[in-house]
Design a protein around this ligand. Structure first.
Ligand SMILES: Nc1ncnc2c1ncn2[C@@H]1O[C@H](COP(=O)(O)OP(=O)(O)O)[C@@H](O)[C@H]1O
Ligand SMILES: [Mg+2]
Length: 277
């Protein structure tokens, strides 16, 4: 079965463009068993690593399922509606471009398309280059880098300032990421930080009111899972001259679930488990 490819977008300014077109046309991307599976946190996504045929560029294919089986029915419907409303791969491709245009280190997008794989709705495919990175900041946080514990902790300490600079620059550029968790910062072979998982990158609105903008920028930090001492160093660096108890309170508000008041309330009333993340 070779059902049609829809909404194909190949970035023709990339050196691999011809190889990408050939790869998409060949349908080889359907045979995911031939690729190396990458673990994803969100059950809605599958990710696979492989060298791009003909040119050998290390690539990742991230597939957003229209109707993920792992979800409960309500979550499945929610995911389906958002999937149909905004093609997630196209959104990710645009997000990566936005970051790159603003000089922020990230993955290099190659193409996106949608296609049916058995189900009724079309899944969404995003092809991008693999960053030569062995670890993410999450590996440092969990101590799974293979480094001796003291060295691992020192390395993580040393990443806090570059992390704060990168996030501050992201926000100065008027962009937001929406999932700024340690797992989405990769440590490249060059030792620099790269921001991945770009599906929700977008330009901030209300940029002309700096205080309002800052308030929502702090919301963008709500998932930043650094421990207390490192988080303090991060905030001091990130806020710079603006560091004040007021902004720290705003940050604490978002972090406690301020953008999801009903979820927050349910948790408060003991109707919902706290997040494991
Ligand atoms: N461009 C990339 N280069 C190398 N590894 C990547 C790249 N993008 C993602 N990864 C790896 O794949 C993992 C999952 O990707 P991600 O896009 O963050 O999905 P999710 O958050 O849904 O698990 C990441 O934690 C990272 O280790
Ligand atoms: Mg991620």
């Amino acid at each position: 079965m070779t059902a049609a490819v829809h909404r194909l977008l190949v970035l023709d300014d990339q050196p691999e463009a011809a190889a990408v077109r050939a790869f998409v046309a060949s349908g080889a991307w359907r045979d995911v068993a031939a690729f190396q599976l990458i673990a994803t946190r969100n059950p809605r996504y599958e990710a696979y690593a492989f060298p791009l045929p003909d040119v050998g560029t290390p690539c990742i294919l991230k597939i957003a399922q229209a109707a993920p089986k792992a979800h409960r029915l309500a979550r499945r419907l929610e995911a389906l509606v958002s999937h149909l409303a905004r093609d997630p791969s196209r959104r990710a491709l645009r997000g990566a471009r936005l970051l790159a245009q603003n000089g922020l280190p990230t993955l290099r997008p190659l193409a996106c398309w949608t296609a049916r794989r058995g189900g009724f709705f079309r899944d969404s495919f995003f092809l991008y280059t693999r960053i030569p990175a062995r670890h993410s900041l999450k590996d440092y946080k969990l101590g799974t880098t293979g480094l001796p514990p003291a060295e691992n902790a020192r390395a993580l300490d040393a990443f806090v300032a570059p992390l704060a600079e990168l996030v501050a620059e992201l926000h100065r550029r008027g962009l937001r990421h929406d999932d700024l968790a340690c797992g989405n910062f990769l440590v490249g072979a060059d030792g620099a930080l790269y921001l991945v998982d770009v599906d929700h990158v977008h330009a901030a609105r209300l940029r002309r009111w700096p205080r309002l903008k800052r308030c929502f920028d702090l919301n963008d930090l709500r998932r930043l899972d650094l421990d207390g001492a490192r988080l303090d160093v991060f905030l001091r660096r990130y806020l710079g001259a603006d560091d004040s108890p007021g902004w720290r309170r705003a940050f604490a508000f978002w972090r406690a679930g301020g953008n999801r008041p009903f979820r927050w309330l349910r948790r408060r009333l003991g109707l919902r488990r706290g997040s494991d993340r």
